[in-house]
Write a protein that binds this ligand. Structure first.
Ligand code: PLP
Length: 378
């Protein structure tokens, strides 16, 4: 008999839309994919070559459970302003696995985790999987966190506040003062603030988004990785930075459940972390697309949105009185544009669609032409 926790696990919504779109493509339809949450660029050549070199030279075995010392050292160096040492860094199979380790370490029956929605749907799925209670706070209209609501929701049962900055799906990121305010509230209850910063390098009005580690709060945990900024989603490599007591527990989890992250992916990551020009080019291309999306949304009277500043998502609100699932299903059939329903990111996302601009400039322009035509028939 299957356990209740696996039976309760819902499918990951984005993947379902992708499956429907792929089915239409098999029937010969031309779909524009704006639902996919991964960069459409290839992994930079220097990184691929480093991976191949590692494999060819026999680097195809387990590494230490925490990950390669050199890689952890390099990652610690990025956060030198926050007194991060090698002992605080654990390399994981993507941020997904880091989330799994952290949530399973901090959440159990009788404990609560606070999240701000709309946000990445796997958070609530994982918290519930580990029998925790999810406390969902809606972001404000401008996608900033409601700190009064946080103050009211937090209690001695709260084990963590889980934030995502820059945010999937809104594209907004938290300012340092907002991060500080969150940690001040957390401090009164001694709970952890877990910050998923996977899009930290993909912000377009500064070098990188502020990190929770800049607040100096001692119970801060950062999750980040190589998937998004370096177009390395398939390499499955991420990391977490945590206080030593948590890092030690996560090491034990990794030893028992995964042994170690991929050896050659870590060797490739040693090269990725040093890339400057390639990252600049990726950001430049995303920024151009972001500007196209902002312009096109302005030219579409049925849509309005808060300008996204980070990640590669836009999250416009639409003016029709239909659910986001109905609208996205209509748009896939009628406009042949695949988008993600806002409600997939929590109830607070209803009335929105998420558009990923990990697509070419031509496709983005064509998608908006098709969307406007489909909207005009509603
Ligand atoms: N966190 C957020 C907010 C994401 O959007 C995603 C992927 O879309 C992930 C984590 C997963 O990251 P990884 O590929 O490192 O597992």
């Amino acid at each position: 008999m299957l356990t209740r926790r696996v039976l309760n696990l819902k499918p990951f919504g984005v993947m379902e839309i992708l499956a429907k779109a792929r089915e239409m493509e098999r029937r010969g339809e031309q779909i524009i994919h704006l639902e996919i949450g991964e960069p459409d660029f290839p992994t930079p050549q220097a990184v691929v070559e480093a991976g191949i070199r590692a494999m060819c030279s026999g680097d195809t075995h387990y590494t230490e459970a925490q990950g390669l010392y050199e890689l952890r050292e390099k990652i610690a160096g990025i956060y030198n302003y926050a007194d991060v040492g090698v002992e605080n860094v654990i390399i994981t199979g993507g941020v997904s696995q880091a989330l799994n380790y952290i949530i399973s370490s901090l959440v159990e029956s009788g404990r609560e985790a606070i999240i701000f929605e709309p946000t990445y749907p796997c958070y609530s799925a994982m918290i519930e999987f580990y029998s925790g209670r999810v406390i969902r706070l809606g972001l404000k209209e401008d996608f900033s966190p409601d700190l009064d609501a946080l103050q009211e929701a937090i209690s001695s049962r709260t084990s963590m506040i889980l934030i995502n900055t820059p945010n999937n799906p809104t594209g907004s990121y938290l300012s340092l003062s907002e991060l500080r305010a969150i940690t001040e509230i957390a401090q009164d209850y001694g709970c952890y603030v877990v910050s998923d910063e996977i899009y930290s390098k993909l912000v377009y009005d500064r070098d990188r988004a502020p990190s929770i580690l800049e607040t100096g709060y001692e119970k801060s945990i950062v999750l980040d990785g190589f998937s998004k900024a370096y177009a390395m989603t398939g390499w499955r490599l991420g990391y977490l930075i945590a206080p030593e007591e948590i890092a030690k527990i996560v090491t034990r989890l990794q030893q028992n459940f995964f042994i170690s992250p991929s050896s050659f992916a870590q060797r490739a990551a040693l090269v990725a972390i040093e890339l400057r020009e390639e990252l600049k080019e990726i950001k430049k291309a995303f920024n151009r697309r972001r500007q196209i999306v902002c312009r096109e949304v302005k030219n579409t009277p049925e849509l309005e949105m808060v300008e996204p500043k980070g990640a590669f998502y836009a999250f416009p609100r639409y003016s029709f009185s239909m659910s986001s699932v109905e609208l996205c299903s209509y748009l896939l059939k009628r406009a042949k544009v695949a988008l993600t329903p806002g409600v997939g990111f929590g109830r607070a996302g209803e009335g929105h669609i998420r558009l990923s601009y990990a697509a070419s400039e031509e496709d983005l322009i064509l998608a908006f032409e098709r969307l406007r035509e489909a909207f005009s028939e509603l």
